[in-house]
Design a binder for this molecule. Structure first.
Ligand code: ADP
Length: 161
């Protein structure tokens, strides 16, 4: 495992400014950052996997050390395939803490040589989540301050706005 290669995994349905803030900061800390979109068959998705990957690729095209991809199954298996030594997660309010600890401890017991590193959210985005974005858009609200323009455009296309 290489401690200079990190992965930021998530659903990114859709990517928000909170995600992008964590991605930019993590990309500055590691040689290579994989942004890995989770293929989650249980969750109700607004954007398809292909759409989420395409949005992130467009948004992150200027960063030579960021690779956007997707994964299914266990994150630690994906890490082993790509020699990833660090998992990045973002922490917002205390409400994230318990869930994130659970995942981090499970990943540690599955693979002790992969570290989870938490980056604190930018306070501007403490209460920002993909679900709240979808909720606001559903009722016709403006989310242009909290998602990148290409995401705002796709959202309004989808919602017929
Ligand atoms: P998941 O379904 O894995 O929780 P998300 O796409 O919702 O995927 O989130 C991925 C990661 O990004 C998680 O660690 C989450 O806590 C973090 N995150 C989400 N929104 C923000 C935000 N506004 N600021 C900082 N971190 C965030």
């Amino acid at each position: 495992m290489n401690q200079r290669i990190a992965v930021y995994p998530g659903s990114f349905d859709p990517p928000t400014m909170g995600h992008l803030d964590i991605i930019r900061r993590a990309a500055a800390l590691y040689d290579t950052l994989y942004v890995a979109v989770l293929i989650n068959t249980n969750k109700q998705e607004l954007f398809s996997l292909e759409e989420r990957v395409a949005l992130l690729e467009q948004e992150l095209a200027a960063f030579p050390n960021i690779k956007v991809s997707s994964f299914r199954g266990l994150l630690v298996d994906y890490c082993k395939q790509h020699e990833i030594g660090v998992i990045i997660r973002g922490l917002r309010a205390v409400s994230d803490y318990e869930y994130e600890m659970q995942i981090a401890q499970m990943n540690r017991s599955l693979s002790a040589d992969i570290e989870t590193v938490f980056l604190m959210t930018n306070t501007k985005y403490s209460f920002l989540s993909s679900s709240i974005v979808k909720e606001v858009v559903r009722f016709g609200g403006d989310v242009s301050d909290v998602v990148p323009p290409i995401v705002a455009q796709k959202l309004s296309e989808k919602m017929g706005g």
